[in-house]
Design a protein around this ligand. Sequence first.
Ligand code: ADP
Length: 293
Amino acid sequence: MGEKTPIILFYGDAKIIMAENTQGCSGNCSSCSKACSSKEGGSLIEPTGEYNNIKKVIGIVSGKGGVGKSMVSSLLSVLMRRKGYSVGLLDADITGPSIPKTFGINSRAMQNELGILPATTKTGIELMSVNLMLEENDSPVVWRGPVIAGAVKQFWHDVVWGDLDYLFIDCPPGTGDVPLTVFQSIPLDGIIIVTSPQDLVSLIVKKAYNMAKLMNIPVIGIVENMSYVKCPDCGKEFKIFGSGSDDIAKELSVPLLAKMPIDTSLASLVDNGSLEMVNCDYLDKAAEAIEKL
Ligand code: ADP
């Protein structure tokens, strides 16, 4: 391989990573003379790069932020890596990227003549996140929707992922512009919906479910996070956010793959950047479901 050079995005500088196909796109095909797949009415699915051979792509989605989508994406990557698979993790939560910190990665992304090189975690998970490109970890990413969506596509296409059994995509939350682009342009083999056990969130789960159905993407199942807290003294479980997601899983006919508690050891592993040391079986059933895909 040729010389590696660092990639650094400076605050507010969207030019470097803006994908070609978002340049000048007003979203109005009738006044546009460019030829592109949206206009032709064909599939918007984009191929990954020529050096990549990715067997399964799994999207981790949530109707809203803060329910533990990144936690579940990271934990599943760790579990699948432990099972001996080659695993990549694409942090598509562009405006709230948290994955590098979870794995204790402080290095900057590099590139060579083949493309953008992912960072590699201690156990060998390949990672890409916009945070690897920011001058400072706490720089905000103040980009508009099409630019963010372009960055996600570029991570899919321009990163040299190589041979992967599984690529997990920590999708942007919600059902807006950017998650829609991920659903439309990356050939997802399935999604896992992460939720917390609140009625309000269940409504949003349905939106995420319906969006996947609209695009014919299989829903592997639901992971309920923050289901309860276990008292360290008496072992009693407290359901802080109320009733569970059993009803919604039944209503949508999708498996409820896990009920994961609020676990302070998980939070501190994330804070210490050492999630790969985790010792819990919360997502074992979800990992098995992914293996069966
Ligand atoms: P999202 O990706 O949905 O925005 P995160 O995965 O970043 O949410 O989680 C939000 C915060 O909650 C993070 O600080 C994360 O470490 C913490 N967290 C998530 N799930 C758990 C859990 N089960 N137990 C303890 N802390 C958790």
